[in-house]
Design a protein around this ligand. Structure first.
Ligand SMILES: [Zn+2]
Length: 328
């Protein structure tokens, strides 16, 4: 837990205690030769303390996460009273510009870690994050949304085998804490390898700004920083949700037919086994199949796509959950 104390150099620039700098991480040029860079804001207090890295836009179309870090910067939450806050609001700037998840070469940055300085563009970005940033960092909070039209309830995802993450996840104040396995070659896997606690926030869906999701992210980030004494404790907002639901196991309910899809349940709600939670119809009024919940549980992701194919993931439902009583 002791803050890392070494020379603080990012992208070749040394940043001293008390300094606030904006750096540009030059990624590549567009085909028109226009340079494209990722802005990085580093705010250091004069007083020593932990270093927290906030990242968003690893998937370029996950704009709610970008908006959460934007709000932290705009409201000066990134000015710590101790330690250092690094904000990278849009890592995959190419995807952000093109409203796409992946890099221009089709690579998913979150499957390119730990990367290589001689690899693809995504792989080089991963390499810089792992080698240029993580050695300076004590905690990471990475903001994501559901892919495509799949809308996630606000949730913190953690590796259940890392007990030290549980109290951090719970204090964030999101309605759900979801235990999820580490994905190979993910940013989270690289953080774990370096022993850096990482909270992965998921909320909303891609190419969509959701006010409530942004509020959960911003409030959680403030609570996290105040817990580390990086913000004055009088600024600690109450959690938007006390005692999150801990989702220990879950499954995806998939479409058994292709057609027009309508969800009949709101994301975040508890359903009983056999409840009708959606329907798939055809455009001609001849076909209508109700979708029943296979078990009781919380629906924490709902696909909002109007048209689906047989096999598409429609709902993410808990199969094992418990209420946190602050003892986890
Ligand atoms: Zn993502």
């Amino acid at each position: 837990m002791s803050p890392k104390s070494k020379r603080f150099v990012i992208l070749g620039t040394e940043i001293l205690p008390g300094e606030k700098v904006e750096l540009n991480f030059s990624l590549a040029k567009l085909h028109s030769r226009t340079a494209v860079s990722v802005p990085i804001l580093v705010n250091r207090s004069k007083k020593p303390g932990p270093t927290v890295l906030f990242t968003a836009g690893i998937h370029g179309d996950e704009v709610s996460g970008v908006a959460i870090i934007r709000e932290l910067i705009a409201s000066k939450i990134n000015h710590p009273q101790i330690g250092t806050i690094i904000c990278i609001p849009v890592i995959n700037i190419f995807g952000f510009l093109n409203k796409e998840r992946n890099f221009p070469d089709g690579k998913d940055l979150n499957r390119a870690f730990p990367g290589s300085n001689k690899g693809s563009l995504a792989s080089r970005v991963a390499f810089e994050l792992v080698n240029g940033f993580l050695p300076l960092v004590d905690y990471v909070i990475d903001f994501h949304t559901g892919g495509a039209d799949r809308f996630n309830a606000a949730q913190i995802r953690i590796n259940p085998n890392r007990p030290e993450l549980k109290p951090l996840a719970n204090l964030f104040g999101a309605p759900f804490v979801v235990y999820s396995r580490l994905l190979a070659k993910s940013f989270r896997a690289s953080c774990q390898k370096q022993g850096i606690p990482m909270l992965l926030f998921e909320g909303g869906k891609s190419n969509h700004l959701d006010e409530e999701i942004i509020e959960y992210g911003v409030t959680g980030a403030k609570r996290f920083l105040a817990h580390l004494k990086m913000l004055p404790t009088k600024l600690i907002p109450p959690p938007l949700k006390e005692n999150p639901i801990i989702i220990e196991k879950s499954l995806w309910i998939r479409a058994k037919h292709s057609g027009m899809f309508q969800s009949l349940v709101k994301v975040g709600h508890l359903v009983a086994e056999g409840d009708i939670i959606g329907q798939i119809t055809d455009p001609f009024g001849k076909f209508n199949r109700k979708i029943k919940s296979p078990n009781s549980g919380y629906i924490f992701n709902v696909n909002e796509a109007p048209l689906v194919y047989n096999g598409d993931a429609l709902f993410h439902i808990s199969t094992q959950y418990r209420h946190d009583k602050g003892t986890a």
